[in-house]
Design a protein around this ligand. Structure first.
Ligand code: ZN
Length: 106
């Protein structure tokens, strides 16, 4: 055995995600539909759990990532939150009217 338990977990997670992406991209319609029904809710649940932990407070500070407590920089959501938001809300091929993300934070 090589690697720690955590790296094993990390590896299997990434492999799982890669499999989902591959099946969604290359599987037939039935496979893709099955995948969406069975796996999408789990992925959404995972993202929600992540966002819950990293949702910025009134001052824009992440309750989980407190490494910048002392910083005098402008408060801003943490990278985990921002990256998740960007990944999920920035689509090149989607009409802007369908986006529902809140851009009114500023
Ligand atoms: Zn955070």
């Amino acid at each position: 055995m090589s690697g720690t338990v955590f790296s094993q977990l990390d590896k299997s997670l990434h492999e799982h995600l890669a499999t989902l992406v591959r099946l969604a991209a290359t599987g037939d319609d039935e496979t893709a539909a099955d995948l969406a029904r069975s796996e999408l809710p789990r992925v959404v649940a995972a993202v929600k759990a992540l966002l819950d932990e990293h949702t910025p407070d009134d001052r824009g500070r992440c309750p989980t990532c407190r490494t910048r407590w002392w910083s005098r920089r402008l408060p801003s959501p943490c990278r985990a939150y921002l990256t998740t938001q960007l990944c999920l809300t920035v689509f090149d091929d989607e009409p802007s009217g369908r986006r529902e993300h809140a851009r009114r934070a500023g």
